[in-house]
Design a protein around this ligand. Structure first.
Ligand code: VGL
Length: 188
């Protein structure tokens, strides 16, 4: 077994003070950093929402389900990792969403255009843990795609933050149904 961690979208715009602020984002970033100090992964990856012109993903009247206030615009502070996230242990970063909504990290690629699935397979990874923001959106989509790509997949619930309690419950049902394990007890 060779396990990787995928840290999803721990970016300024998804934390307090950002345009799509998820409650608890800043503290979550700190706790993920602590977890990185004590955990032992074969590879650590992170995703960044990185929008240039994502069309209808941005809205002036967002429903916070599939339309959102503008966020994580390329090359703006909102698209940076939250400063509480220790980026030193991160082996590779995957950017997603330049020209359309992209909830799953598996839609992302490195600056050199290497897709997440290819990068993980090249490293011999067969098992992934997914954590970050938001449990009911990008964490959900990333974990579902990890299963489709046949990785043994866990969501680290204690190291994730979500938009709505009902949305999180729905996402967890869907993830379990898809064969994703939910680890409620792994937190730093
Ligand atoms: C996300 C809403 C819009 C996420 C991204 O990272 O979960 N949520 N874009």
């Amino acid at each position: 077994m060779s396990r990787a961690l995928i840290i999803v979208d721990v970016q300024n715009d998804f934390c307090e003070g950002g345009s799509v602020a998820v409650a608890g984002g800043a503290v979550l970033a700190e706790r993920i950093s602590e977890y990185l100090r004590v955990s032992d992964y074969a590879a650590i990856t992170a995703t960044r929402d990185y929008h240039i012109d994502p069309g209808a993903h941005f809205s002036d009247n967002p429903n916070f389900i599939d339309t959102w206030p503008p966020h994580c615009r390329a090359a703006t502070p909102g698209a940076e990792f939250h400063p509480n996230l220790d980026t030193a242990p991160i082996d590779e970063v995957f950017f997603k969403g330049a020209h359309a909504a992209a909830y799953s990290g598996f839609e992302g690629a490195t600056k050199d255009g290497i897709a997440l699935v290819d990068w993980l397979r090249t490293k011999g990874i067969d098992t992934v843990d997914v954590c970050g923001i938001a449990t009911d959106h990008c964490v959900r989509a990333t974990a579902l795609d990890a299963r489709i790509a046949r990785f043994d997949t866990r969501v680290l619930l204690g190291l994730s933050a979500g938009v709505s309690p009902a949305g999180i419950d729905r996402a967890l049902d869907e993830l379990r149904e898809a064969g994703v394990k939910i680890a409620a007890d792994i937190e730093s």
